[in-house]
Design a protein around this ligand. Structure first.
Ligand SMILES: C[S@@+](CC[C@H](N)C(=O)[O-])C[C@H]1O[C@@H](n2cnc3c(N)ncnc32)[C@H](O)[C@@H]1O
Length: 327
């Protein structure tokens, strides 16, 4: 993992799982019979900015609802956090929601935001330094799917995880099970984790959230093609693709696709990829859960389930998970 200049180096891991190997992932994904691109590559500098713009859209209820729940229950959520705790955030992005928790945390906690987006981490770090001058922030550029080796001074401290934004929904339930297990290992015995999970609801509300009238989510989805052009020197006609978001009620997931408007062949890194008119590239899943479904998944991953906080309209949920000694 890489660390922004000036931060403590937590580990010397290279980009081991090929996370930052954009070229390999693109070639691999577009070589499949059903073409796909991994959603973690949405978040270059432009993608992170577009995601922040999405969070402000009237149709995009998850961010404002999760913030509303956090504001209402922040006291309870961080009530038991010890003063020497390490607060690890998985996919921290702008760290906006974290500020709500930090306002209620002892000033002596150490905050470790983990994200694949260096620009988002750098911006968040600067903002947090102004807002919480006494806070120690130790950003990690990399994937939270990799093990994290905390520096010796932090290793024996109690750990609390924060995993907001329903990012867990980007994994299939089976993959989420594996991820929840590995996060439990990372947070150690008696570790706690606060997870934001979007709830199942009517298809119209869901589709509108991922297909807004201003076209910001479309720009976010299409940006991955622009990123291929920028970083891999391709010449994809981005306008020859359109954004599509559909809800699959059977799987309980929103799917985002890029649809080729016409038949075309695209060159990337010396390879050629053929697209039929109407052919799709699957770019993201966003699974939705009921509260009992997510609790069941967490228990299967070895967590004890604690409090659950929701909004009055039952749109979004925040779960407290506790890592037991015996799991
Ligand atoms: C849906 S956004 C949520 C951002 C923020 N936590 C929030 O709730 O508003 C997902 C964030 O996770 C990051 N991300 C996605 N996959 C990741 C991975 N495997 N490792 C680290 N960060 C990841 C993205 O860069 C992005 O900032």
């Amino acid at each position: 993992m890489k660390h922004p200049t000036g931060s403590i180096r937590i580990s010397e891991q290279a980009d081991g799982d090929g996370l930052l190997d954009f070229e390999d992932a693109v070639v691999d994904g577009l070589s499949k019979v059903r073409k796909s691109l991994p959603c973690r590559f949405f978040y270059d500098e432009r993608g992170s900015q577009l995601f922040e713009a999405i969070t402000l859209l009237p149709e995009y209820y998850p961010t404002r609802t999760e913030i509303e729940i956090l504001r209402e229950h922040a006291d309870e959520i961080v009530a038991s956090i010890p003063g020497n705790a390490v607060l690890l955030e998985f996919g921290s992005g702008s760290s906006t929601k974290t500020e709500i928790l930090l306002e209620h945390c002892p000033p002596t906690v150490t905050y470790v935001p983990i994200d694949v987006s260096p620009s988002a981490l750098a911006e968040a770090r600067q903002r947090l330094a102004r807002r919480f001058p006494a806070l120690t922030v130790t950003p990690v550029i990399g994937s939270f799917t990799d093990p994290i080796d905390l520096p010796p001074t932090l290793r024996s401290r109690p750990r609390m995880g924060f995993f907001p934004g329903s990012t867990i929904g980007n994994w299939t339930p089976e993959e989420a099970l594996t991820l929840l297990r590995s996060l439990r290992d990372m947070l150690k015995v008696n570790g706690r984790m606060i997870v934001g999970v979007d709830l199942k609801k009517d298809a119209q509300t869901l589709v509108r959230a991922y297909n807004d009238s201003a076209g910001v989510t479309a720009a976010f989805n299409l940006n991955i093609l622009a990123r291929i052009n920028r970083e891999l020197g391709s010449a994809i006609d981005v306008a020859s693709f359109r954004h599509e978001a559909i809800y699959d009620p059977r799987q309980g997931r929103i799917e985002m696709h890029l649809v080729s408007i016409r038949e075309q062949t695209i060159g990337i890194c010396g390879r050629r990829f053929h697209f039929l008119a109407g052919e799709r590239v699957h770019t993201e899943n966003s699974y939705k859960y009921t509260v009992p479904e997510f609790q069941e998944l967490s228990r299967r991953a070895g967590w004890l389930t604690g409090s659950v906080w929701t909004d009055a309209g039952s749109q979004f949920s925040i779960h407290e998970l506790i890592s037991p000694a015996h799991a």
